[in-house]
Design a binder for this molecule. Structure first.
Ligand SMILES: N[C@@H](CCC(=O)N[C@@H](CS)C(=O)NCC(=O)O)C(=O)O
Length: 312
């Protein structure tokens, strides 16, 4: 039985990024459906407060943010690789741009009234209202600007035009003949447009981009098997943390291993996670915490995009 437990919901673009990577790697995984809005008590029992989607659990190790999750999947299942040395630095930089500027441009398009009604057609009015309030609350503490519709259209036209031109030399993926991190990061927001009943037409002028989206979608989602959130908590309770090899990396300002710290995203969804700092390397920080229901858990975050400070 597989150890990979993905906490996610179906309409989450970032969750689709990880589902596509699981498909690309041909992996079996267990699927825990989480609520689309807060509260998410069984998820936050594992994470200690982090609320974003998706989260990957392996025993009592909990991986937050798709950048950290994808690195773990490469570590556990190296072939085929997501982070290719041939695409290296460029792919990580491009991925970050796609995950932020492109993602929020697409969100701005999806949330315009004519599109939102179609995207959320399976929700009641009350559910739609609850969703809008939840996301407005989340964005109130955000340290980033949400684009206007005009700005979003500008970003989209630029990104799509460049991608269309780049795919013009016959390459199958954005950075060559093999897919990599940047493909998955650009894929998840653009797929939301591709499958949208009202917005799909926005992609019509970009034939090669559409073919590329379909090529990534064809990886599928691997082999999911449903699991209840209660069973996921039991898995955590009965597990021991994975050994994390000691790594080297720049120290975190003002804190040392063993200190009580708070870790939080620096962009949006900034709910902090409190625990003992147990690991720091160039790309990751991890904290250990005790939870009444999940037991001892180690929560892993990328360093990029997360702040660590001494717990007050
Ligand atoms: N940097 C995060 C972004 C994740 C993200 O923004 N996910 C959205 C869903 S697609 C989210 O968390 N929305 C709020 C929620 O699900 O509660 C990552 O790479 O995992």
């Amino acid at each position: 039985m597989t150890d990979l437990v993905l906490h996610h919901y179906s309409v989450s673009p970032f969750a689709e990024k990880i589902r596509a990577i699981l498909g690309y790697k041909g992996l079996a995984w267990r699927s825990v459906r989480i609520p689309v809005i807060m509260p998410k008590p069984d998820l936050t029992a594992l994470t200690g407060g982090y609320r974003k989607t998706p989260v990957l659990q392996v025993g009592c190790d909990v991986y937050c943010d798709t950048y950290r999750i994808a690195r773990l999947l490469d570590e556990l299942h190296p072939e085929p690789a997501v982070f290719r040395s041939s695409q290296g630095a460029l792919a990580v930089a491009a991925g970050r741009f796609y995950d932020t500027a492109l993602f929020f441009a697409v969100i701005a398009l999806l949330f315009q009234p004519r599109a939102a009604v179609a995207a959320f057609s399976d929700m009641t009015d009350a559910e739609r209202g609850g969703f809008a309030k939840d996301r407005a609350d989340m964005m109130r503490t955000a340290r980033m600007a949400f684009p206007s519709l005009g700005e979003a259209r500008g970003v989209l036209a630029d990104v799509l035009g460049r991608a269309e031109a780049q795919l013009g030399d016959g390459r199958a993926f954005l950075f060559g003949h093999e897919p990599g991190w940047a493909d998955f990061c650009a894929y998840h927001p653009l797929r939301s447009l591709r499958i949208h009943p009202v917005l799909e037409g926005e992609l019509a002028p970009y034939r090669r981009v559409v073919a590329w989206i379909d090529r990534v979608a064809a990886f599928g989602n691997g082999r999911p098997e449903e699991l209840s959130s209660a069973a996921a908590l039991e898995i955590a309770r009965n597990a021991k943390p994975r050994a994390t090899p000691a790594g080297a990396g720049p120290p975190v300002d003002g804190v040392e291993l063993g200190d009580a710290v708070e870790v939080a995203a620096t962009d949006y969804g900034t709910d902090s996670v409190r625990g003992t700092l147990v690991h720091v390397d160039a790309t990751e920080v991890a904290v250990q915490r005790e939870d009444e229901r999940a037991g001892t858990v180690v929560v892993h975050f990328p360093r990029m995009g997360f702040g660590v400070r001494k717990a007050g």
